[in-house]
Design a protein around this ligand. Structure first.
Ligand code: PLP
Length: 431
């Protein structure tokens, strides 16, 4: 068998593939001691009841179930869902949009696969453009979606602000931000996966201005943010205008299995997404939009985000940080300020082994996390030790699982600090 060059795209070394494999093997094989690795949302009972109720309503509503499973949607996605969402966004935020500004995809990972290749790569004017990530660490899933062999990201190191002895926060380093003609779009997740960082309103408006001044779109990944699921603990205003491509998802509401992403953008961008839907998959799935339309129509999706989802994650984040600090007071651990999303970002300063080595040792003991270096798409991770000193820990697990996992992380980190540094340098080189 001879695969084409396209096959190189699906390298077994891809971080996102490793992550999804870990999730899959945890499902199929021996149960992990603690699954703190994947991006699965928490099983929040109150949300599960709402989804069950909505499914029941669909089943009892004439032929709604039969049409959901028996009919293709239009390539832009389910129209009743799109209309309900447009109305909600107009009413809540005064955004001037309608169905022409919205397209559905099969999960926002699919949205990024299309969007990045729309704005990055070779153009008719001969310029090879890239996606600018103004702040790393950034979402692991972006790393490998570029088609072709040339890297599609320009990425920036962040400024690091130390907060006391145990915390820190990344900030956009605007002095290093260069937007040349070879930038096709700017992209950031807000709140950020993996760090829980919330790019401030001020940073966001500077990025909006920079994008507008350079006539490139700002792709805003709000998989965890506003308007839903609203897993945001600090102050952050929801943002959209035609210069922003806002990417939403139903996954972190508690519905990753339905694979529904939402793109809100200028109609010219929506037409492209719609075309890609038709060509790659005929139409996006109808299950997620059908299930969620009732929640969007009445605005319940906003109330649930505000009164159930956000408080649940905020309390769990506090608990996870308290347990980690209680278990590791002797270790030089700093945790990134937890301002949203469902992860904690641990920085073990001067860790004598690479975070990849720590990841493997933890996995051998049944504890799944993600090694930090995967989260710097577009940066040369070999030249910055910091990338190898961090791990991402999900706190969406049950309290017991979280505690068990953190206990083993504490043991393995303590063991690593006990090792001599020459061995550590070799380990880091191998990462
Ligand atoms: C920041 C971010 N963006 C996008 C996605 C993709 O989400 P989905 O494809 O499930 O909609 C994820 C998934 O974890 C994410 O963390």
């Amino acid at each position: 068998m001879k695969f084409s060059r396209f096959s190189e795209q699906f390298s077994p070394d891809s971080g996102i593939l490793q992550l999804m494999h870990d999730l899959g093997s945890a499902e199929g094989g021996a149960p992990p001691v603690a699954m703190l690795g994947g991006g699965n949302p928490a099983a929040i009972g109150a949300m599960e009841s709402v989804f069950r109720r909505e499914m029941g309503a669909l089943m009892d509503n004439g032929r709604a179930f039969e049409s959901m499973v028996g009919v293709y949607d239009a390539p832009s996605g389910n129209r009743p869902f799109i209309d309900a969402l447009a109305e909600l966004l107009r009413n809540q935020f005064g955004w001037s949009l309608d169905h022409r500004n919205i397209s559905i995809t099969n999960g926002s990972q699919s949205s990024f696969s299309v969007l990045f290749n729309l704005f990055a790569g070779e153009s008719d004017d001969g310029v090879f453009r890239r996606i600018l990530l103004p702040l790393t660490p950034e979402y692991i899933g972006y790393a490998d979606v570029g088609l072709g062999d040339r890297p599609i990201f320009h990425a920036n190191r962040p400024l690091i602000e130390m907060h006391g002895d145990r915390a820190f926060k990344y900030r956009v380093d605007f002095d290093q931000l260069e937007i040349g003609d070879d930038v096709g779009a700017i992209c950031l997740s807000r709140p950020t996966n993996p760090t829980g960082n919330l790019v401030t309103d001020d940073e966001l408006s500077r990025l909006r201005e920079l994008a507008a001044a350079n006539d490139v779109p700002l792709i805003l990944d709000s998989a965890y943010g506003q308007p839903f699921p609203g897993i945001v603990f600090g102050d952050a205003a929801p943002a959209w205008d035609p210069g922003i491509i806002l990417c939403l998802s139903l996954s972190k509401l508690g519905l990753p299995g339905v694979r529904t992403g939402i793109v809100i953008a200028d109609p010219a961008v929506i037409d492209m997404i719609t075309g890609a839907n038709a060509i790659f998959s005929l139409a996006p799935g109808r299950f997620g939009p059908s299930l969620a339309t009732g929640l969007v129509q009445g605005g319940e999706i906003m109330a649930l985000s505000e009164t159930v989802i956000r408080p649940w994650y905020e309390a769990r984040s506090r608990l996870a940080r308290d347990i980690a600090n209680e278990l590791m007071p002797d270790l030089p651990l700093r945790i990134h300020e937890s301002e949203g999303a469902i992860f904690l970002w641990f920085w073990f300063e001067d860790l004598p082994v690479s975070s990849e080595t720590l990841y493997r040792r933890l996995k051998d003991r049944g504890v799944y996390v993600i090694a930090g270096h995967h989260f710097f798409p577009g940066l040369d991770v070999g030249s910055w030790r910091h990338c190898h000193e961090c791990i991402r820990v999900s706190y969406a697990a049950t309290e017991d699982e979280l505690r068990r996992g953190l206990e083993i992380i504490a043991e393995e980190a303590r063991r690593a600090y006990g090792e001599n540094t020459s061995g550590a340098a070799a380990a880091r080189g191998a990462a």
